[in-house]
Design a protein around this ligand. Structure first.
Ligand code: HEC
Length: 239
């Protein structure tokens, strides 16, 4: 747990940078915020919490908290956008917060502008996104359970990069089974069952392992730090 103090420092920095960058930013006009939101969820959300985007990553700072002060201080859209686009191109102060580092250039050019425009609009704003933004990133979780078939239990990771599996519940018969988690998101994930086994972590591909399932109720989850806490887990019932 980080204390509140570092956020205050970071927020102050953000304001200073933002004022510097606001003078030369007229880009926000033709940015595609809907595309920006999708990209944010896929490329940034596994590390950052941003309430309006529904992301819950904890590797990097909570962006709503980091920018709360700048929002209160009245930093404008172009100011926010400048700070965020700068951070995407040149992640600042690696290690300053005692957390990990942010890879540079996760999105580039127009995509970086789109992401920055979306974050600038939604960060540290109470409420929900409206209009086209509201439906840009649909919920992916099925209301149905994943059901084992022919000894294979398939539980895909959310394709859009959200920290969840497509199924929050699963059912299997007792006996030998292969647990498979197809992952097309590009975000590191695996599938593990507490007390049973775990597949390897993959950004694209299939995480899988074999198990001899015994009757009972189990939790399956992603072992990448922070992902289970953010909701990447489910309940498996074996009968
Ligand atoms: C692998 C994890 C990771 C990913 C992915 C990631 N970040 Fe970060 N981010 C961090 C970390 C760690 C920090 C704090 C250190 C730093 O400033 O570089 C950070 C800092 C930031 C900050 C500065 C916040 C502040 O307190 O001033 C912003 C803005 C930001 N990231 C936006 C983004 C955006 C936008 C994306 C997607 C293009 C992204 N991040 C992707 C880990 C990540």
């Amino acid at each position: 747990m980080r204390s509140a103090a570092p956020y205050a420092i970071v927020a102050a920095t953000a304001v200073a940078l933002g004022l510097g960058a606001s003078g030369c930013s007229i880009k926000s006009d033709n940015a595609d915020k809907v595309a920006g939101k999708k990209l944010f969820v896929q490329k940034c959300g596994s590390c950052h919490t941003l309430s309006r985007a529904g992301t819950k990553g904890v590797t990097g700072p909570n962006l709503d908290m980091a920018f709360a002060r700048s929002r209160l201080d009245g930093l404008g859209q172009s100011g926010f956008q400048g700070v965020i686009e700068k951070q995407i191109g040149h992640p600042s102060r690696p290690g300053m917060l005692g957390t990990g580092t942010m890879p540079a250039g996760l999105v580039k050019g127009k995509q970086a502008t789109d992401v920055a425009a979306y974050v600038a609009q939604s960060v540290a704003r109470p409420g929900k996104d409206t209009g086209l933004l509201a439906t840009a990133v649909g919920g992916v979780q099925s209301k149905k359970p994943a059901v084992e078939a022919g000894g294979v239990l398939k539980i895909p990771a959310a394709p859009g990069g959200q920290l969840e599996y497509v199924y929050a519940k699963a059912q299997a018969k007792a006996g030998p089974a292969t647990i498979e988690m197809p992952n097309t998101s590009g975000v590191d994930h695996n599938i593990a069952i507490k007390g049973v086994g775990a597949g390897k972590i993959v950004a694209k591909g299939v995480s899988s392992f074999k198990a001899d399932l015994k009757p009972g109720t189990y939790t399956y989850f992603c072992e990448v730090p922070g992902h289970e806490a953010a909701g990447m887990k489910g309940t498996l019932t074996v009968k």
